[in-house]
Ligand binder design. Structure first.
Ligand code: ADP
Ligand code: MG
Length: 629
């Protein structure tokens, strides 16, 4: 005892460390769990370092001891002990590592830390101060360490965090480091076995060394994403997916990738079999966890991938991130933003590769998960080119149920065609039988069928593809005249056309009859079989978009309302329009009923809502007259 006293040396902490400890001890109360994560992470680092060093050295101390982390809890004496068989520290290293902060601009950093601590944001370790977090829960911390260097001596480092620490030689230590945290009165929970197990499974589960609590290994899964792809078995991937995704299915796609530049990234991402949101489980949380050097930084990270990729499960690990970066700092970090961009682009590229490799499998993915890409197209301008390539649609030249890409569409565009055409409909059959495709059919021009309401928003946000404007076929300024194609022969006898003056007076009359309901009345160049069609003047939303708005208004209990912002095109070669022109002179009131009915029919074909009560009443009037003998 007497001998030991004489060899104990007391040392002052570096001024910066004192300040830091003051903040840690007096200002950081929240998220104290993280100190366990810090110490385990240091233990894992020490094991990693030893593993590497033992490959380089001829001789190491205690070469036989297994590489592992042992955690002991003593709920009588209120201590938590973390033992590793890693690289250990010499006396000099103890002094340098646990007595100073090796940090450039420590003063700024301390000021920032103090500021953050005032706001009660836990960001200990964000600046690499991990070890000192032990003083969040410990009234005294003892570090017993023995370096791997064969002739090194063991030492005990000890401190209550209040300005100085002691160093005492300690005989008989094994290689590695043992950290004994004597817990504060309000931190006894950290001597609870269950609590410690919970923290470890939550934060350190993928530490690639066994973590043993009472002899039992509590971390179950290895850091698979860090391993060489060629050495990983299919089942291991699947097991890992099930573990991190809480899933029961097998993954549909898997992307395991490693990059060194521009950022160090190890990512393992999975696309599940099931789209849970579509099964009616509500909005998903992000399924990707963010790690730094195998230590969990953020579970279900909302920072590492855009929200519209929330269906992905997996892990992203980047060594470039500071360990324990706080939530707030994650959101603001330029590094994280860059990481997110790199990952997103890589994943979208991966999907493109998959589509090339196995189109059928990709299309099935698109059928189940395409809605997320569409969400991305409407929300994230930055990736619209990449997303546009991944979209799939039915078209007038695809078999029903078969999907094509915009790339395919562009490849087979007709001579003189400069735009990509699409039309929305509730189903393919509805789109095909509607008036909008008549001109396309006649000129044999391909038209895409967008069958989901969101599609028009997607097309609208994309604006163009491969330099070609995306154009809804219900637009007033649709002009197919420059496109060279073989017109299909007319199969109907047209009869004599209306005189130009007659047409002019008819359109004026229609505009009056539909006052407030229509913007312009125009003679159609596109219609073949239908008498009339609703089209959208430039700058207005497509009918589908308007229908979505209408539905939203009705849901809120607002009364049905027509915007009167659409144009009506009439087909002056159609018998009904010709007869209407005559009817004006003989029975104008009835002619008004007829044009209103034509207008409503056209609205229905456009997918717009009409006032059913008025329409049915009028319809009966027309039928009554039609059945009169
Ligand atoms: P960081 O881990 O970011 O370097 P820490 O404050 O957590 O910062 O640790 C400071 C240093 O102390 C580490 O870099 C390491 O050199 C040393 N250290 C801490 N814990 C251990 C340990 N269990 N074994 C060996 N060295 C350790
Ligand atoms: Mg550390």
């Amino acid at each position: 005892m007497a001998k030991k006293k004489t060899t104990t040396e007391t040392k002052e902490f570096q001024a910066e460390v004192k300040k830091l400890l003051d903040i840690v001890i007096h200002s950081l109360y929240t998220e104290r769990d993280i100190f366990v994560r810090e110490l385990v992470s240091n233990a894992a680092d020490a094991l990693e370092k030893f593993r590497h060093q033992s490959l380089l050295e001829e001789e190491v101390f205690d070469s036989h001891v297994p590489l592992e982390i042992t955690i002991d809890v003593d709920d009588k004496n209120h201590t938590l002990t973390i033992i590793d068989t890693g690289i250990g520290m010499t006396r000099e290293e103890l002094e340098a590592n646990l007595g100073t902060i090796a940090h450039s601009g420590s003063n700024t950093f301390l000021a920032e830390l103090a500021e953050a601590a005032k706001k009660d944001i836990s960001l200990i370790g964000q600046f690499g101060v991990g070890f000192y977090s032990a003083f969040m829960a410990g009234q005294k911390v003892r570090v017993l360490s023995r370096s791997y260097i064969p002739d090194a001596e063991g030492y005990e480092w000890s401190s209550d965090g209040s300005g100085s620490y002691t160093l005492t030689p300690e005989k008989g230590l094994r290689r590695g480091t043992k950290i004994i945290v004597e817990l504060k009165d309000d931190a006894h929970e950290f001597a609870d076995e269950a609590k410690i197990k919970q923290i470890i499974t939550q934060y350190s589960n993928f530490v690639p060394f066994p973590i043993k609590v009472k002899g039992e290994t509590v971390n179950t899964v290895q850091a698979l994403w860090k391993r060489n792809k060629n050495e990983i078995k299919e089942e291991e991937y699947t097991e890992f997916y099930k573990f991190i995704g809480n899933a029961f299915d097998d993954p549909r796609f898997r992307l395991h990738f490693t990059a060194d530049a521009p950022l160090a990234i190890n990512a393992l991402l999975f696309v599940p079999q099931e789209n849970i949101e579509r099964l009616g489980f509500g909005r998903m949380k992000s399924g990707v966890n963010l790690y730094c050097q195998k230590v969990l930084i953020e579970q279900h990270s909302e920072n590492i991938l855009p929200e519209w990729l929330r269906f992905l499960k997996g892990v992203v690990d980047s060594e470039d991130l500071p360990l324990n970066i706080s939530r707030q700092a994650l959101q603001d970090s330029a590094l994280v933003a860059k990481l997110k961009q790199v990952l997103t682009k890589r994943f979208l590229k991966f999907l493109e590769e998959q589509a090339k490799e196995d189109a059928e499998k990709y299309n099935q993915f698109f059928a189940d998960f395409g809605i997320y890409l569409k969400e991305g197209a409407t929300m994230d301008y930055a990736y619209r080119d990449e997303i546009a390539k991944l979209l799939r649609f039915e078209s007038s030249k695809s078999e029903p149920g078969k999907l094509i890409s915009l790339t395919e569409y562009v490849e087979r565009m007709a001579e003189g065609q400069k735009e990509v055409y699409y039309i929305n409909g509730p189903s393919r059959a509805a789109a095909e039988s509607g008036p909008y495709v008549e001109a396309f059919r006649k000129k044999d021009i391909e038209i895409i069928y967008t069958l989901e309401p969101i599609d028009d928003f997607v097309m609208n946000h994309l604006g163009e593809f491969d330099g070609k404007k995306l154009m809804s076929a219900d637009r007033a300024d649709l002009d197919l005249s420059a496109i060279k194609s073989e017109e299909k022969p007319e199969d109907k006898e047209k009869g004599a056309s209306l005189e130009p003056e007659v047409v002019k007076s008819l359109t004026t009359w229609i505009k009056d009859a539909l006052a407030g309901r229509v913007k312009e009345v125009i003679v159609s160049k596109r219609l073949v079989d239908s008498p009339a069609i609703i089209v959208n003047p430039d700058g207005y939303m497509t009918s589908t978009m308007e229908r979505v708005m209408q539905a939203a208004r009705l849901e809120k209990g607002e009364p049905f309302q027509e915007t009167g912002s659409k144009n009506l095109e009439i087909n002056t070669d159609h018998p009904l329009i010709k007869q209407l022109s005559l009817l004006r002179g003989t029975d104008e009131d009835f002619a008004k009923n007829v044009i209103e009915q034509i207008f409503d029919n056209a609205q229905i074909q456009a997918g717009l809502m009409v006032d059913p009560r008025k329409m049915v009443e009028r319809n009966y009037k027309i039928l009554e007259r039609a059945t009169k003998s």
